[in-house]
Design a protein around this ligand. Structure first.
Ligand code: FE2
Ligand code: FE2
Length: 138
């Protein structure tokens, strides 16, 4: 593990956050069915949190001497609420696993700032994971 690899991995995370911002924002606009206003509001709020994650990651990449990626990770824009929530639950789980690895990598390199930022992000991803679980009635 070297700094260059950590920057590459953080860019992978940044692309995921950008994908989440776009996806959650658009879903708030396309959701249909009962309680659509509440669900749209929830997705708008989630998008704002992911936007903060995006900015925090970009800051750390720049601080490490890297260049932030501008390519969002493609995500499916599903229309059925149950399918979409299940898909997003999986995506949040993937993000949590990636961030757990990133904490270890930052630790190895003695990058305390990166570790602290990721710890903050992971706590919020876990909240998202729990929200989607509840929406699925689990
Ligand atoms: Fe996030
Ligand atoms: Fe999230």
């Amino acid at each position: 593990m070297d700094k260059k690899t950590l920057i590459e991995h953080l860019n992978h995370d940044l692309e995921g956050e950008m994908g989440a911002v776009i996806h959650y924002t658009l879903y708030a606009k396309t959701v249909k069915g009962p309680y659509y206003e509440d669900v749209a509001e929830m997705f708008d709020k989630l998008a704002m949190v992911e936007f903060e994650h995006m900015k925090e990651l970009a800051d750390q990449i720049v601080l490490l001497g890297g260049t932030p990626s501008t390519t969002p990770r493609p995500m499916k824009l599903l229309r059925r609420l149950d399918e979409l929530v299940k898909y997003n639950l999986e995506q949040e789980e993937i993000a949590i696993e990636d961030y757990k690895k990133r904490i270890k990598e930052a630790e190895q390199l003695g990058e305390v700032g990166v570790r602290l930022m990721i710890e903050h992000i992971i706590a919020e991803e876990y909240q998202h994971f729990l929200s989607f679980k509840r929406l699925l009635g689990k």
